[in-house]
Design a protein. Structure first.
Length: 125
């Protein structure tokens, strides 16, 4: 089971360099994909900021239906600060990390800030 990081979706929606690689991964693993509520909100913020609310609406209709939405339990919010102290990750990356730990998911990302972490499984695209 995978937690798909925000950057994977944005790569596709913004037609960036690795969009085909990201699409291919999503299509091949559609039954095993999860997204955090934080990623969903971040995607919305970025697309609205770029006057692309229609793209967000398409994402909700076409993509979100195939994903499991994960949120961090109340008891694990304090772990975000601990992760920051131990790893130096920023808030959003620490949140994703905590989601992976809580649900035992492999993080799928292009974010090099996760390099060197050994206690969660990470797949870099």
């Amino acid at each position: 089971m995978f937690l798909v990081d925000t950057n994977i979706f944005l790569e596709i929606m913004l037609s960036q360099d690795k969009s085909l690689t990201c699409k291919d991964f999503l299509n091949k693993n559609i039954k095993d994909l999860n997204v955090s509520d934080f990623s969903l909100h971040s995607i919305g913020v970025i697309l609205f900021r770029n006057n692309s609310a229609n793209v967000f609406n398409e994402f909700i209709k076409d993509v979100l239906i195939n994903l499991r939405l994960k949120h961090l339990s109340k008891n694990n919010y304090n772990n975000i600060v601990d992760i920051k102290k131990c790893t130096g990750l920023d808030f959003d990356d620490s949140y994703q990390y905590c989601i992976c730990k809580e649900y035992n998911l492999t993080l799928v990302t292009m974010d090099r800030d996760f390099y060197g972490l050994k206690d969660i499984d990470i797949l870099f695209l």
